[in-house]
Design a protein around this ligand. Structure first.
Ligand code: BGC
Length: 712
């Protein structure tokens, strides 16, 4: 029977329940159901549950087979459940958080990581991942920056594409989220309203969702936030005009958790019926974890507020997805307990995860302490992150601390002769004040050749709903650092964080800072190789680190004011500035040091005029002038000098990751096309406007190495 025939046999109730997604615990009510929020007052009967369309967040091949088997026995039409889960930065083998992984600028590696996660998830019974999360992030106060790829629309789009491709290779269906502009939350507070011009939305925030859709994403999840006054979940312009109309998306739209119900809380729907009405009219097919549809669609239909065709279209999209995944033929899809045991966390996967940590780490400062000499005989590891597997990050999915290589274990297995001693020093957390562990740490630091001091955030300090206003480290971590430095100057700070931090004071004090984000399962092995120089850090920041928290939101691709600072015509008191903080960030977008040094030749252009449809080659020679073979991420930025809308000071338009031996030089050539110069101008049309452009090539977004050309 084809899908349309199946639909014609379904009762209205059967159809409506295809549009509901419940938590698997609810399906197995016997195991107990302790719900909060929108799920609290669910009055679902056994009869309802056996009609459910899809399931949220359950894991384990056996368990899912169990649920599916039991379900299909009861479900009259034998329409299988689809299991959906947040597989965000790994399944059981966890790789660095997305913000870290993006710093690798390595699209193949990103694809491999996604494929690995998908392979593990699918074997364990998951059909769909709620990923990629492609929200653009400019404000480090927002806790969910850890799930993003950072602040650049071009890079975010490429990463969105690679991630979807990787997931597809691994056989999982995908859901891009959170549509749209969730990362633009006012003051960096999660779920807060987003108010932005259509120009900003189209120019910066929308491209990555579009890239995911062009790469063949299966589902779209509207965001929790209000966008220019209308919640995304009830936003017809967003979900109909842009998504389905302009972009031609014909897959499933699923609400975020409880978001249909939240239309009432927002003050956008007057009651549950109105919420169901507004969400369906806007284009939400499936409702996650509330029952506005189950309780109200039939009534709305009887009252003529919606049509059966609307319901049918939504159901068809869900059934088509199930068919595309092969669930009707094999409801267990690729679920395979035996193979799962072999593949999940296998050496190949651990190696990918280790490489991902090595390529994501960003060297923020180095006075020469790093790399540690291979002759080092003793290291003091200080800070709780040094001796724990709890370094997986917010979406740890099936990742387990006990399967994670700690820093101490990594160092010990790197060099069996190395004397590694561990002291906690102080707890990590924004509100920690207890200094009682500092004395022991100092004792260990005194007697060791080098100190690896693990500072930063705790795991739950970033991620959903974890916004904060002070991005500096708590005082106790500085006290620990100062105490350790007073007895040993050979200190490397390993920074664990889910967001850019305002660590200007740390930058002044610490001899070396290596940012490893939340590294995941292979933490210790990768860190040991980075510290001793087997791998030279090459990651570059994809999100600006502010000089102080009050600078947020801060991002490299901003516009100039009429009174930039420094500026000749006005005195400093009338320029764009803070009276207490510089305008510049601590570390700009694209920044990251190496153990070696790279020098760049002057940018050269093949011509200084581009005609319509033409191309220009921009080239530079990069030389490894230091002492280590290493990788460099060469970055191309363009500035459109005059535009019908004021254009950003720089925009990333290309990059190439190269590896150079000591003394080696390489010419890097970028091809600039007319399309790379286009933007949404005053008429909201994407055009490249004639005039002057600057082409910058360098090692970070502050490069001043440029040449100009004219588009005629
Ligand atoms: C998050 C989504 C996630 C969903 C299901 C929500 O709270 O915003 O990103 O996919 O939960 O777990």
């Amino acid at each position: 029977m084809n899908i349309k025939q199946l639909l014609s046999t379904m009762s209205l109730k059967e159809k409506i329940f295809q549009l509901e997604q419940f938590n698997s615990v609810l399906l197995k009510q016997l195991e107990g159901w302790d719900a909060t929020g929108p799920m609290k007052d669910l009055k679902l009967t056994e009869e309802d549950l056996k009609l459910t369309g899809t399931v949220l967040n359950s894991m384990g091949a056996e368990r899912m087979k169990d649920i599916q088997t039991e379900f299909l026995e009861k479900n009259e039409k034998k329409i299988p459940l689809a299991f959906m889960h947040d597989v965000i930065h790994g399944y059981r083998t966890i790789y660095p958080i997305n913000l870290g992984l993006a710093c690798s600028f390595d699209l193949d590696l990103i694809c491999d990581c996604a494929e690995m996660a998908a392979t593990e998830a699918v074997l364990d019974g998951v059909n769909v991942t709620f990923a990629p999360m492609v929200d653009l992030a400019r404000d480090a106060r927002w806790g969910r920056v850890m799930e993003t790829s950072g602040e650049d629309p071009y890079l975010n789009s490429l990463i969105a594409k690679s991630t979807v491709e990787g997931f597809k290779k691994g056989g999982i269906a995908t859901c891009v989220k959170h549509f749209a502009a969730y990362g633009g939350a006012l003051a960096g507070k999660d779920y807060a309203e987003v108010d932005m011009s259509e120009h900003t939305l189209r120019e910066y925030y929308l491209p990555a969702y579009k890239a995911a859709i062009d790469a063949g994403v299966d589902m779209v999840m509207p965001s929790f936030n209000v966008l220019n006054g209308i919640p995304a979940t009830g936003n017809t312009w967003l979900l109909q005009d842009v998504l389905r109309g302009e972009w031609g998306f014909d897959g499933v739209v699923i609400s975020d958790y409880g978001a249909v119900w939240e239309l009432i809380i927002h003050g956008y729907a007057k009651d549950e019926k109105d919420a169901a009405h507004k969400a369906l009219q806007a284009g939400v097919d499936v409702e996650m974890c509330s029952t506005m549809y189950a309780q109200n669609l039939e009534k709305l239909l009887q009252e003529g507020e919606i049509t059966e065709e609307q319901i049918d279209n939504a159901v068809l999209r869900v059934l088509n997805l199930k068919e595309k995944m092969g669930l009707f033929e094999n409801p267990y899809q690729l679920t395979d307990e035996k193979k799962a045991k072999e593949i999940i966390l296998c050496d190949k996967h651990r190696n990918i995860a280790r490489k991902a940590v090595e390529e994501s780490a960003v060297l923020l400062k180095n006075d020469g302490v790093l790399p540690l000499p291979r002759t080092t005989k003793s290291v003091a590891v200080i800070g709780p992150h040094g001796d724990t597997g709890h370094v997986l990050g917010w979406w740890l999915c099936g990742g387990l601390a006990e399967e994670t290589v700690t820093i101490c274990d990594g160092l010990r297995s790197y060099d069996k002769g190395l004397n590694v001693r561990y002291a906690k020093g102080c707890e990590i957390g924004w509100n920690v004040t207890d200094e009682s562990g500092i004395a022991e740490a100092v004792e260990f630091a005194k007697d060791s050749e080098a100190v690896v001091l693990c500072l930063g955030e705790k795991e739950e300090e970033s991620g959903e709903s974890n916004s904060k206003t002070n991005l500096d480290l708590p005082e106790v971590q500085y006290k620990l650092l100062e105490a350790v430095l007073s007895v040993n100057q050979n200190v490397v700070v390993l920074l664990f964080t889910g967001r850019p931090l305002a660590i200007t004071r740390l930058h002044k004090l610490a001899p070396a800072i290596l940012n490893v984000w939340w590294p995941g399962t292979e933490c210790g092995n990768a860190v040991a190789r980075l510290l001793f120089g087997d791998v030279v850090p090459s990651g570059k920041l994809t999100m600006t680190f502010p000089y102080s928290s009050g600078q947020c939101p801060i991002y490299y691709n901003h516009c100039l004011t009429g009174r930039p600072s420094p500026y000749g015509r006005f005195d400093i008191t009338h320029a764009t500035r803070y009276i207490d903080t510089p305008n510049e960030p601590l570390y700009p977008f694209g920044y990251g040091l190496s153990y070696t040094q790279f020098s760049y030749s002057q940018v050269e252009l093949s011509t200084d005029e581009m005609s319509r449809g033409g191309k220009i080659k921009a080239r530079v020679t990069v030389t490894n002038s230091g002492k280590y073979k290493a990788k460099e991420i060469v970055q191309l930025y363009i500035r459109d000098v005059i535009g019908s809308c004021v254009r950003p000071v720089k925009e990333l338009k290309g990059f190439e990751k190269i590896e150079l031996n000591v003394g080696e030089s390489k010419q890097v050539v970028f091809t600039i096309t007319e399309d790379m110069l286009a933007f949404y101008g005053a008429g909201m049309e994407r055009v490249a406007e004639s005039g002057k452009f600057y082409v910058f090539i360098g090692g970070n977004s502050e490069t001043e190495n440029y040449k100009e050309f004219q588009l005629i």
